[in-house]
Design a protein around this ligand. Structure first.
Ligand SMILES: Cc1ncc(COP(=O)(O)O)c(C=O)c1O
Length: 409
């Protein structure tokens, strides 16, 4: 990977703030965008900025052609059997909500999650519990924060009604990836479907939905160099056909009368109204970009940087890294709490930003439930991506050391 060359693709890395370039370590939230994605979107806005799916004129046909291409690129990226299994959404949250609302649950059906779910894969089940009487059961992790496969199997054996296992594939909390293959096999043996929240896995490692045999997989394209407000829900074709439509209206139906409507097959029945065509086309460019760089290279690069940071901060006073100790098990994420008499995680993040433009996340990262369960307020998270460098990792260690010293003189 030629990092210097890659970096030149990202205009946001070339802009100085207060006289200094940014060190962008908030990639789990949203990644920066390369010019290739912007150019693909510009082409739409400049040359054929019209609707797809409806009109038969040349510009509209061009939009259909480009959207079709983007869907095929996404199919290839995910290893899906057909581009009809790719539903464009606004984000992971929407994909997860689509399944939560559209799957035909019976009262008493159980949905299993991990104990480290983003609110987007927690709150939908709490709402469905209130609305439809499903039961949400949490499978707690091992003490070292790894997945407890025995407890999971025990939970499946003890609960006959598990309808869906919906779990975060790679956690935004600590970068840990659950053993998806084993989880899916066990779930299927017990008659349960599996949905993976792929918001933090798809950007960082190759995904093959067919090899995984996963039933649903949701991702956010804005976390993988793509346009903001774009996501994808993958679903096995036979399951998408069975799902009830979620948001309904124009473009979801083939025909309607005053009394009824005939829905189009998936993916159309889930893509209601005019779409973010520029975003869809930009999503195609994003997966082209990632394929060119190579997902295995990205994963290796992030692990190298994670090892540098982990080694550099793990013995600093008060620092406790969240998740497994081995950085190889935490991909591109280093989250940590700092036990100090003065200041908190937000103060650290502010100082990093104010002094050296190091942009990290502080707080509960939308995993409030995990923090509340442990009576812990907040942590700092550095999340890495393909354009981050070893120099940036070393600078981060240096500034973290100085910042902790500042609050603990
Ligand atoms: C693991 C995980 N799931 C879901 C989400 C929600 O993603 P979005 O806000 O793009 O819907 C995030 C966002 O950070 C995440 O990290």
């Amino acid at each position: 990977m030629n990092i210097r060359k890659l970096r030149s693709d990202f205009p946001a890395l070339q802009k100085k703030w207060n006289g200094k370039f940014p060190i962008y370590f908030d990639n789990a939230c949203m990644t920066l965008k390369p010019v290739q994605v912007r150019d693909a979107m510009d082409e739409y806005y400049n040359e054929y900025p019209v609707c797809g799916g409806r009109s038969i004129h040349k510009m509209a046909k061009k939009v259909d052609e480009k959207v079709g291409e983007a869907r095929e690129k996404m199919q290839e990226f995910l290893g899906a059997s057909s581009s009809d299994e790719v539903v464009f959404t606004r984000n992971t949250t929407e994909g997860l909500n689509l399944v939560a609302n559209s799957l035909g649950f019976d009262k008493g059906d159980i949905v299993l999650t991990t104990d480290r779910e983003h609110n987007s894969n927690l709150v939908p089940w709490q709402v469905q519990a209130k609305r439809r009487g499903i039961k949400h059961v949490v499978v707690h992790s091992n003490p070292d924060n790894t997945f407890d496969l025995d407890k999971f199997e025990e939970t499946l054996c003890n609960n006959r009604n598990v309808r869906l296992v919906s779990m975060v594939h790679t956690a935004n909390l600590d970068g840990y990836t659950i053993p998806a293959q084993e989880i899916i096999k066990l779930s299927h043996e017990h008659g349960a479907l599996v949905m993976l929240d792929g918001a933090q896995s798809a950007p960082h490692k190759p995904i093959d939905v067919k090899a995984l045999d996963v039933d649903f997989f949701a991702l956010s394209v804005h976390k993988m160099v793509g346009p903001s407000g774009m996501g994808v829900l993958y679903g096995k074709q036979e399951l998408l056909v069975e799902l009830e439509p979620f948001i309904v209206g124009g473009d979801t139906v083939e025909d309607s009368t005053y009394e009824d409507a005939k829905f189009l097959p998936p993916p159309e029945k889930f893509e209601a109204g005019l779409q973010n065509y520029a975003g869809i086309i930009g999503s195609g460019a994003a997966v082209d970009y990632l394929a060119d760089v190579g997902l295995p290279n990205i994963r290796e690069h992030e692990e190298k940087l994670n090892r540098i940071i982990t080694e550099g901060i793990k013995d600093m006073p008060g620092v406790k890294i969240i998740g497994p100790a081995d950085p190889a098990l935490r991909g591109g994420i280093v989250s940590f709490t700092v036990d100090m008499p003065h200041g908190d995680a937000h103060d650290i993040a502010l100082v990093l930003d104010e002094t050296e433009n190091i942009e990290v996340r502080s707080g509960a990262f939308c995993v409030h439930s995990w923090f509340n369960y442990r009576k812990c307020d907040a942590a700092v998270r550095a999340s890495l991506y393909l354009y981050n460098t070893e120099d940036e990792a070393r600078k981060f260690i240096d500034v973290i050391g100085k910042t902790i010293g500042l609050f603990n003189p």
